[in-house]
Design a protein around this ligand. Structure first.
Ligand code: NAP
Length: 466
């Protein structure tokens, strides 16, 4: 009988999505010293690193140092990268099943959640995901346009993505010009007329989703004063009771930071960033020509839900906030993959601890998931490590129990041949390293970390393809 997991017959695994979750899954698989495992990592883009490249804010370069960890994983002789290969377009699930014993989907959460209120389709109402991907040079978003000639902008949501957007819109071009922000975004930001930003939180300061380092940065902006109204910084009785019952240092620090924003604006700074709490948008209203003119807000109060959490409930007090642009930043959402069971409301692949399951809970042999498409869009980059390790442990357990797919062509050359036949413009890890070096070299004259290629054709051109 063929012994899988040996050098004669390695365990062949495909990981789909080369973001943090995909790399951590590959890394944990390749760490197994008692088994020979070969990992092929696929990505839809010619470039790896997912949200580290296209999501992490350009002024947070240090966070991107995690790429060194991914490069070490990629150095393993049993690792291969197939970039510019879209699963579902170039290669089907059936193709993968013909070539691998196990397949792990780590495709992230690619779209945004909507608010479900009137006016979201007006011109000037954008998703955070699109704006973030645009300023980070994601090829799919390169040609979007954002009109920053408006002085007043609302950002719905007070998570870290909303903070990233507020910071990018608050900083000067001089500050951003030293980052790897996409050149097309820098040009638009150079002409920005933005003077007032409103970040809108539906619950109170104690429930703000942003983390403390991010809040602290808001207090240190060179070009903008972050401001909070005293009535909205004050703690409501329910949050106060919770904090007294459970004096949690992180929340206390967050509240101190927020209360520090109750102050006068620094008139030497051209921009004001208003952090609002206990307000929910009920409608985005237009100017009569199809463009956003403002956002109608209802004042909320908090109540204790059955599960003990504090939830927002609207009162009868409304307010109109005139703004020219709205960004909704209320969380990302995963996209269903052809042939995989999907939970529409949660936006995740149906799974139990990373094992893909049918609606009735029956595991689907050989299929796994990790990262945001497994657990939803929560946590920081490092959270994906534990998430992928959990999935891989399940994969190893299934391997030991003999629960594997039965590929008809498990040889690595066979998968490679199939991919090249389907997508001649597949990009290898060495080719990505060439692109990487070119980007870094382009940034050097201006002391930038890199200048990104923002079109797939440009990347292929730089590799002398086509
Ligand atoms: P998030 O942290 O889940 O925040 C979403 C925000 O939207 C919350 O304030 C939420 O309020 C609000 N919201 C949801 N539905 C709403 C509605 N219908 N109306 C009004 N507000 C609504 O999501 P995110 O900012 O997209 O971030 C995703 C993950 O990436 C998070 O784990 C985040 O920490 C992480 N991230 C980290 C960094 C970093 O480390 N620097 C940077 C970016 C992102 P409720 O709390 O009331 O639901």
């Amino acid at each position: 009988m063929t012994q899988i997991g040996t050098s004669a017959h390695p365990l062949r695994v495909a990981v789909i999505g080369a973001g943090p979750a995909g790399f951590y899954a590959a890394g944990h698989l390749l760490k197994q010293s008692d088994l020979v495992i070969q990992v092929d990592l696929y990505d839809r883009l010619p470039t790896p690193h997912g949200l580290v490249r296209a999501g992490v804010a350009p002024d947070h370069q240090k966070i991107k140092n995690v790429i060194r960890v991914y490069d070490k994983i990629a150095d393993h002789p049993n690792f291969r990268f197939f970039g510019n290969v879209d699963i579902g377009v170039h290669v089907s699930l059936e193709d993968l099943k013909a070539h691998y014993h196990q397949i792990c989907f780590s495709t992230g959460a690619q779209v945004d959640r909507s608010l479900g209120i009137p006016g979201e389709d007006l011109q000037g109402c954008h998703s955070a995901t699109a704006f973030v991907a645009w300023y980070n040079g994601h090829p799919d978003y390169r040609d979007l346009t954002f009109d920053l000639s408006h002085e007043r902008i609302a950002i719905v949501g007070v998570g870290n993505v909303a903070v990233d957007i507020a910071r990018i819109l608050s900083k000067s071009v001089d500050e951003l010009a030293r980052t790897d922000i996409a050149d097309h975004a820098l040009e638009v930001l150079r002409e920005s007329k933005v003077r007032a930003l409103f970040m809108l939180g539906r619950r109170g300061p104690a429930q703000a989703a942003f983390t403390n380092p991010e809040a602290r940065e808001l207090g240190e902006l060179e070009q903008a004063t972050t401001l909070v109204r005293p009535d909205e910084a004050a703690l409501d009785p329910l949050s106060l009771a919770d904090l007294e019952a459970n004096p949690d240092r992180t929340t206390q620090t967050k509240l101190e930071l927020i209360q520090g924003f109750v102050r006068e604006a620094d008139e030497d700074k051209p921009r004001k960033l208003h952090l609002r709490f206990l307000v929910s948008p009920t409608e985005i209203y237009g100017d009569g020509s199809g463009h956003v003119a403002g956002i109608r807000l209802v004042k909320n109060e908090l109540y204790r839900a059955e599960n003990g959490t504090l939830r927002p409930r609207s009162t009868d007090q409304f307010e109109d906030l005139p703004v020219g642009l709205v960004f909704r930043s209320v969380g990302y959402r995963g996209v269903a993959l052809p042939g995989l069971p999907f939970h529409e409301r949660w936006g995740v692949i149906l799974n139990e601890a990373g094992r893909v399951v049918e609606a009735q809970g029956t595991p689907v042999t050989g299929l796994y998931t990790s990262g945001w498409i497994k657990r939803g869009p929560t946590g920081v980059i490092g959270t994906n490590k534990a998430c992928s390790v959990e999935t891989v442990e399940g994969m190893l357990e299934d391997f030991r129990a003999g629960r594997l797919l039965s590929p008809t062509a498990p040889e690595p050359e066979s998968a490679e041949g199939m991919i090249h036949a389907r997508q001649p413009d597949v990009v290898s890890f060495n080719e990505w390293k060439k692109l990487d070096a070119l980007e870094v070299a382009k940034g050097e004259p201006d002391q930038r970390p890199r200048v990104k290629f923002v079109r797939v054709e440009e990347m292929l051109g730089a590799l002398d393809r086509g």
